[in-house]
Design a protein. Structure first.
Lengths: 255, 315
């Protein structure tokens, strides 16, 4: 605002000679600026704390931070950090029918990955990653910041509950993982049972982990991945909306 | 009265809406990305987001879970319409808010399939509501209302820029804590994981050790440096171009399309209207005054002329 004559002020193009209007404009804009500036500073101070590794200030303000960030501003920018994933996993499902018969194992991953590689802009771009999250949650793997703390703890106290993933947080994450796997398995079994016309009562999952070729073995033609894995218990079948484009390969046909 | 004049001049500067062109382009691309996300997941919408979806945390906000399957369908179509309106530029802040509600619900329901791009988009949408995405605010605001909106717009813009810097800084700092990023083998390993690899091109980096090492180090360095270099007037364009190439690389080598597109388009907010005008005119002159392009155009003109003359002769 520039002064134009004795009592007139220029506010960009508009010229107002009413001092009251000028003062009101100034006060309103100042209040808007101060409130916006305060909110912006506060929000990003909390966001900064939320994103920092564990430190005394963050720990003391944990409840405020979580409350402010809530669901809307929750964020995780680990993006393949601290270390990117370095194993391939295959998820199998087996179904127990009402009559007591078992379906045998069906590979839920390989066909989806193949479809993802063939159609890089299609639906499989995301569907191909479904099993990864479920498996990691089932294993009790939490967010990267917590995992880093866990690593440090394990280095000094391997028997600690957090280290053996027997702490409350890990158990909570594992129960979510169980739910995810049970529902993924149920969707697969719905498709398997559809062909036989039977009803599914329980589902079981098997996870096969294949480490990728280590850098030290890159020229070793004899190298083969050391296969590890686990099977879950039988989960009760859950009603899930069908996934028509799920690709299931019977274990006998899997390569 | 000096401090009063200073306050007045500060308010005048603050109330002029900035980077409007960039935000308009951002709106169009964000609308298209949302449309793409809703469209490619249309066939499996019940499975991923419906009332009987594969997994949805009941504690999270999700309008798709609150209804039966008929209403879920209605809501899904409204979400598509809202994304279309955002891309076209209809509805202003209200449409941005509607998109926020649906996309927030979408991220709540997509725990199994979400990525960093979805997270960034959800976090940015509230800031986008504050900004003028239709380039409607006057660049020389005169009324109190316009000035107020201008100030709010600028704070929204500032929030987007700060958030973007936080993303890069956090991602970079997290990476230096990882052994694979430190020894330069991160790309070598991750590109062997089927879910994050394009088998047509990934072997090129896996086989060339120096590419993997340079790529891994460059990623960490660039992510940490981004917030410090991007505000430098002379370096800004170069930093953003590096960032764009980096995310194009992620798209091509790692098959993460929407993540890359979201990260790329949010970089545009770093440029003022004037900078975008200058760059687009430079690009235009580069394209149209390029000898190769001129030669091609002349060739086309000649061939058009020949076609016309042959037609005339035939007459």
């Amino acid at each position: 605002m520039r002064k134009e004559g004795r009592d007139c002020y220029r506010l960009s193009r508009a010229v107002s000679c009413n001092v009251r209007t000028i003062i009101r404009t100034r006060v309103v804009l100042l209040i808007v600026t101060i409130i916006s500036g305060f909110l912006l500073t506060y929000h990003f101070f909390i966001t900064f704390l939320y994103l920092t590794p564990f430190n005394p200030v963050k720990v003391s303000m944990e409840s405020n931070t979580q409350q402010h960030m809530g669901q809307l501003f929750a964020q995780n920018w680990s993006l393949f950090a601290p270390d990117p994933l370095h194993s391939n996993s295959i998820l199998y499902a087996s179904c127990l029918m009402d009559g007591g018969g078992e379906s045998g194992w069906y590979d839920m991953t390989s066909g989806t990955i193949q479809a993802f590689h063939n159609q890089p802009l299609g639906a499989y771009t995301r569907l191909a990653r479904m099993h990864l999250v479920a498996i990691r949650q089932y294993q009790g793997v939490t967010d990267p910041t917590t995992e880093l703390v866990r690593q440090k703890l394990c280095a000094v106290d391997a028997e600690n509950a957090a280290c053996t993933r027997d702490d409350a947080q890990s158990r909570s994450v594992q129960s979510v993982g169980k739910k995810m796997l049970a529902r993924l398995g149920s969707s697969a079994c719905m498709k398997i049972a559809k062909d036989s016309g039977e009803k599914v009562s329980k589902v079981k999952m098997r996870v096969i982990e294949l480490p990728v070729r280590p850098y030290s073995e890159r020229s070793n033609k004899e190298w083969v991945p050391e296969v590890t894995g686990f099977e879950t218990e039988w989960f009760p079948f859950e009603q899930v909306a069908p996934l028509s484009n799920i690709i299931l390969i019977p274990e006998a046909n899997a390569t | 009265m000096i401090w009063m004049n200073r306050i007045d001049s500060m308010l005048s500067v603050l109330s002029v809406p900035r980077h409007q062109k960039a935000l308009r382009y951002l709106r169009i691309v964000v609308g298209c990305i949302l449309l793409y996300i809703y469209a490619i997941n249309f066939n499996q919408r019940y499975f991923l987001f419906g009332p009987e979806s594969v997994y949805s945390d009941p504690a999270l906000f999700n309008v798709f879970r609150m209804v039966n399957s008929t209403w879920f369908n209605v809501l899904y179509f409204i979400a598509i319409a809202a994304a279309l309106c955002l891309a076209v530029g209809i509805g202003g802040r209200l449409v941005t808010a509607v998109n926020l509600i649906f996309f927030w619900s979408w991220t709540s329901a997509s725990a199994l399939i979400g990525d960093g791009g979805d997270n960034l988009l959800r976090v940015m949408l509230p800031y986008l509501i504050l900004t003028d995405l239709a380039e409607k605010l006057d660049r020389e605001p005169s009324s109190l209302w316009q000035k107020t909106l201008g100030i709010i717009h600028n704070f929204g813009l500032l929030a987007i820029i700060i958030q973007l810097c936080f993303v890069y800084l956090t991602a970079g700092l997290m990476k230096i804590q990882g052994e694979m990023w430190r020894d330069g083998t991160a790309l070598y390993y991750v590109l062997q994981v089927n879910e994050f690899s394009n088998p047509r091109v990934a072997p090129f980096i896996i086989k060339h050790t120096w590419l993997s090492v340079m790529g891994s180090y460059a990623t960490v360095l660039y992510q940490i440096a981004f917030p410090f270099l991007v505000f430098h007037r002379r370096l800004k364009l170069a930093v953003v171009l590096v960032s764009v190439s980096f995310h194009l690389g992620i798209w091509i080598y790692m098959n993460l399309p929407t993540f890359s597109w979201v990260m790329i388009i949010f970089e545009i907010v770093m440029f003022s209207d004037q900078e975008l005008t200058v760059y687009s005119s430079r690009l235009r002159s580069f394209v149209f005054q390029n000898p190769a392009v001129t030669k091609l155009r002349n060739y086309r003109k000649r061939s058009d002329a020949l076609t016309v003359s042959s037609k005339v002769e035939n007459l």
